[in-house]
Write a protein that binds this ligand. Structure first.
Ligand code: HEM
Length: 134
């Protein structure tokens, strides 16, 4: 029997993925994020291919598993090794801040509420800082 009244740092659901609302919500968040990158993060946008459909797909697949949902990225591409996969791109503190600024706007754009929002902000900031390689 599931414990009654159990909460996690992200909320009442068993995983952040469920708390967010599942697959369609992960897609919405990723699309909102890349729309913000396209519109107002020229330095990060310049690192991406002209057609960013593949970038959107990879982030969606990664976040699905990272949030505790289906491990779509790992099933297709193996161990994420995210820091290593980012080494070809010059990521300094400014680029990490730009990435997080767009992600925070995407969390707003898609109406992600508390406490999930603060949880994601904290964990994604750690990930973004971890990608800094210059
Ligand atoms: C810190 C600032 C960051 C910058 C400037 C950045 C930039 C990039 C760029 C230019 C790519 C290549 C896109 C492509 O292959 O189409 C990429 C790939 C990717 N990024 Fe980031 N990224 C950052 C942080 C993050 C964070 C925090 C995450 C996860 C939460 C993430 C997840 C991914 C994933 C899953 C891929 C696809 C990797 C692959 O399979 O090649 N990135 N990123």
């Amino acid at each position: 029997m599931e414990e009654i009244g159990t909460t996690h740092p992200w909320g009442a659901a068993a995983t952040p993925y469920e708390e967010l609302g599942g697959d369609s919500r992960v897609r919405e968040l990723v699309d909102a994020f890349y729309d913000r990158i396209d519109a107002e993060a020229p330095t990060v946008r310049a690192m991406l291919p002209a057609n960013d459909a593949g970038s959107r797909r990879k982030l969606y697949e990664f976040l699905s598993g990272w949030l505790g949902g289906p491990p779509l990225y790992v099933s297709k591409r193996g161990h994420p090794r995210m820091r290593m996969r980012h080494l070809p791109f010059a990521i300094g503190a400014d680029e990490a801040a730009e990435w997080m600024r767009c992600m925070r706007l995407a969390l707003d754009d898609t109406g992600v509420g508390e406490p999930l929002r603060s949880f994601l902000d904290e964990r994604l900031t750690m990930m973004a800082d971890h990608m800094v390689n210059r």
